[in-house]
Write a protein that binds this ligand. Structure first.
Ligand code: SAH
Length: 352
């Protein structure tokens, strides 16, 4: 990378991996250990300004201020669920765009769900994130900033991260890879790659690329249908990639990484929740090292979908398990605070 600083645009320093930060520091004539100090301030102490970097010489801090910028997130709203303590955040970016993030408390630790884009281009019919289309990709630093702000606001450590907020992470591939590398770096918050999950609606070439990155993260695949016909009705991406192609890519992911793939299946009353659908799904996933996570659809004002009935969910789960497929039902958290993707931003944009 060329850090010759000729362009007028400042460098988004929180987005630089430790290798790129080192390269930049060397080009600025600094010794190697300074890059390590800088990385720790940015990603371990998670400071929001160069002035807080007290062990860096004042002259270097001034030079950094001139050439780089730390793109901080501003907390606009936080809603706390009375039912389960889930916290939902609305953050404003430097260009006034809004994104949301969620923190869920589990027995095994705190999990944060981050957004990877402002809006989304995928157009899934049940999802609120995609209603205004895609605005822009988030930088690696803006994805990290969500976790840093939440740790600061709660004073609690985050142990798990899921990229399941607004946006399609595989459509923002490079920035999401930098995000994973920085987050799991031993000198950052050092979140284990095993505790990082990326969820995708199924962009096949990117899933194959991901399987060759040498990462140990979990892949979650938003399947939501047992066949292409139903999938095309609810997810436009199904016109581009068939379920067979997606499952092949998931097999490659497992073969290359040894990581079991999670299939997300959001149950919509009368659309994809019939016993026949469960049997068809079990047949297709048979023999795969897979795990199905059932999620009753979260109704939004725009989607008009009904949640699958309790007994239908149970029957669906039983059929999958009888078919030898490990199945869990996702605990629904934060429903009283617009917990599903994009709902809080959508409400705020509409002035609610
Ligand atoms: N674009 C990625 C990640 C963001 S969505 C993906 O498609 O996986 C995270 C998960 O929430 C996906 O499985 C998505 O299908 C699901 N989801 C979106 N809206 C929902 C709703 N209203 N109810 C239940 N699940 C929803």
């Amino acid at each position: 990378m060329d850090f010759s600083f000729q362009s007028s645009e400042k460098i988004d320093i929180r987005s630089l991996t430790s290798e790129k930060l080192l390269e930049m520091a060397l080009q600025m004539g600094q010794p190697k250990y300074r890059a390590g100090q800088l990385f720790a301030w940015l990603h371990n102490k998670c400071v929001n300004s160069f002035d807080e970097m007290s062990n860096l010489p004042a002259s270097f801090r001034e030079e950094l201020k001139g050439k780089c910028v730390i793109r901080n997130l501003e907390q606009v709203r936080v809603q706390v669920s009375k039912a389960d303590g889930t916290r939902k955040y609305l953050f404003k970016l430097f260009d006034d765009n809004l994104i949301e993030s969620v923190m869920m408390r589990y027995k095994h630790g705190n999990s944060v769900c981050v957004s990877s884009q402002v809006g989304c281009a995928m157009g899934c019919s049940f999802c609120a994130s995609t209603l205004g289309g895609l605005v822009r990709n988030l930088s690696a630093g803006e994805i990290l900033g969500q976790i840093y702000e939440i740790q600061k606001e709660t004073g609690e450590r985050v142990s798990n991260v899921v990229v399941m907020g607004m946006g399609e992470p595989m459509a923002n591939y490079g920035n999401v890879m930098d995000f994973v590398r920085i987050l799991s770096d031993e000198n950052s918050l050092h979140i284990s790659q095993r505790n990082i999950t990326i969820s995708t609606c199924g962009l096949v070439p990117q899933i194959i690329a991901l399987s060759n990155e040498g990462l140990k993260i979990t892949l979650a695949l938003s399947l939501h249908a047992p066949n292409d016909e139903i999938r095309r009705r609810i997810m436009p991406i199904a016109n581009k990639y068939s379920i067979d192609e997606i499952l092949d890519a998931c097999r490659t992911y497992f073969d290359n990484t040894g990581r079991r793939v999670t299939f997300e299946y959001c149950l919509i009353d009368g659309v994809n929740d019939l016993p026949a659908h469960a049997r068809e799904l079990a047949g297709r996933l048979k023999g795969m090292n897979a795990h199905v996570n059932l999620i009753p659809v979260n109704p939004t004002p725009e989607n008009n979908y009904g949640q699958a009935k309790e007994k239908d969910i149970q029957v669906f789960k039983d059929i999958l398990e009888e078919g030898g497929i490990t199945t869990t039902r996702r605990r629904e958290m934060g429903r009283d605070i617009s917990g599903a993707c994009g709902q809080l931003r959508q409400q705020t944009l509409k002035g609610l």
